[in-house]
Write a protein that binds this ligand. Structure first.
Ligand code: PLP
Length: 421
């Protein structure tokens, strides 16, 4: 093997093709995510990684999936192994519509559902269908990294709206909207992870949800509400999605099985006005014809037979102690001047260090001490914040969370000393 690899390397060096000349302009502009590069560091050695964004594999309902898969192949192989329609496997779409009506009080009559290859595909479809170069798109600051990447391909102008413990600060959005209007510009699409946000863990309050919909009506923009974490609640009262407050059909809701079943299925869904779904469906046709059918039929059984509703409390029970362990460890070990969010759910806590500490520069020292996180600046469209970081509490067991936070606190302490000295 090694021999072969060496030969190939030699050959490539001897006859260098000018690969660059083949790439499209769009491809030339693509860059690997710095964060992913940085996280390669982590794979080495005894590093406790609080950096990832993965669900815990212990929560995957393997036995249920085994049983359902056997049943599906026995009874529904004709559907499960065949091409399906682009809009998705209809029994699954109906089951999801009923589920959303029950859980979120979103009437089935108001939405059409299309299944997609994970919410990630929906984000790309939104880019394709709505974004012209230069269009103004609002996101939260900080926001979901993969959404920035998906939208960036379509060259929008990003507006970043700051966050606090109650989610996006809608008053600031309102000022921004007035400012855009004065400049003769229009906000087209606003993207929000409204509940247990990635990366901050915070949830937009009901008042802000209602106000946001009013502003969308007043200024005529679309809202994309990304809801992967809404079912992962460990404390506090459930809150209805923004989509629930939408009477005009301008909220596009994204759901996914990634955090409530398993991300390997790559199945998500879009619930939106039929007119918008129609366009997204046409856009999806040329990408993959249809979402993985075997996975869709399995997901349908999982919802239809009540496994989803039974499984969610099990996931919650599994993650809650991990969240608690991280909050306790932060309280115990972090020096004065460090602040963090206290999420009621989701997978992440956002930690803000005193001004002057650059978490990207600090990363190497943290990895040397045996702990990793994601530097906060990656989650901002304009990289405006340097002193924050995202910690994940779902992947690593409690003892490791405590040890990881302890190591991290030591690194922060040293940085603070260095700053003062
Ligand atoms: C994990 C996550 C998703 C899920 O993406 P899939 O493509 O469905 O796996 C979507 N949005 C956010 C903000 C996430 O953190």
């Amino acid at each position: 093997m090694e021999e072969k690899a060496k030969k190939l390397e030699k050959k490539l060096a001897a006859e260098p093709l000018n690969f660059e000349s083949f790439f499209s302009k769009k491809a030339m502009a693509m860059k690997a995510s710095e964060v992913r590069e940085l996280l390669k560091l982590v794979e080495a050695g005894d590093v406790i990684s609080l950096a990832g964004g993965l669900p815990a594999p212990e929560t995957f309902p393997v036995d249920i999936i085994k049983d359902i898969t056997a049943e599906v192949l026995e009874k529904h192989a004709d559907k499960a192994l065949q091409y399906g329609t682009t809009k998705g496997f209809t029994p699954l779409r109906l089951a999801l519509a009923r589920w959303m009506e029950k859980r979120y009080e979103i009437p089935m009559s108001k939405v059409e559902i299309m299944t997609v290859a994970g919410s990630q595909q929906a984000l790309d479809l939104i880019g394709r269908v709505f974004i012209n170069p230069g269009d103004v798109i609002a996101v939260e600051g900080p926001t979901y990294l993969a959404a920035i990447q998906a939208f960036k391909y379509y060259d929008p102008e990003f507006v970043s709206i700051p966050m606090d413990d109650n989610g996006m600060i809608v008053d600031v959005l309102e000022e921004k909207l007035a400012e855009l209007k004065r400049e003769g510009k229009r906000l087209k699409v606003l993207y929000t992870v409204s509940t247990f946000q990635n990366p901050m863990g915070v949830t937009m309050s009901v008042d802000r949800r209602k106000r946001l919909v009013e502003l969308a009506d007043e200024y005529d923009f679309l809202i994309v509400e990304d809801g992967p974490y809404s079912e992962l609640r460990y404390s506090g009262e459930p809150i209805l999605p923004i989509k629930h407050f939408d009477d005009s059909g301008r909220v596009i809701y994204l759901g996914t099985f990634s955090k409530i079943l398993a991300p390997g299925f790559r199945i998500g869904w879009v619930a939106a006005h039929p007119h918008l779904i129609r366009k997204m469906e046409i856009a999806k046709q040329s990408i993959d014809l249809c979402t993985n059918m075997l996975g869709q039929v399995i997901a349908w059984k999982y919802v239809e037979d009540g496994h989803l509703d039974r499984h969610i409390p099990e996931i919650v029970e599994f993650y809650k102690p991990r969240r608690d362990a991280m909050l306790e460890a932060l309280e115990e070990y972090m020096p004065e001047g460090v602040r963090w969010t206290k999420p009621d759910g989701g997978m992440f806590i956002w930690v803000t260090l005193p001004e002057g500490i650059d978490t990207k520069l600090m990363m190497e020292k943290a990895v040397a001490k045996g702990v990793a996180y994601v530097p906060g600046e990656a989650f901002f469209t304009h990289r405006e914040v340097k002193n924050a970081m995202r910690l994940n509490f779902t992947y690593v067991p409690e003892e490791k969370i405590r040890e990881g936070v302890k190591r991290l606190a030591e690194v922060v302490e040293e940085e603070l000393k260095r700053l003062k000295g």
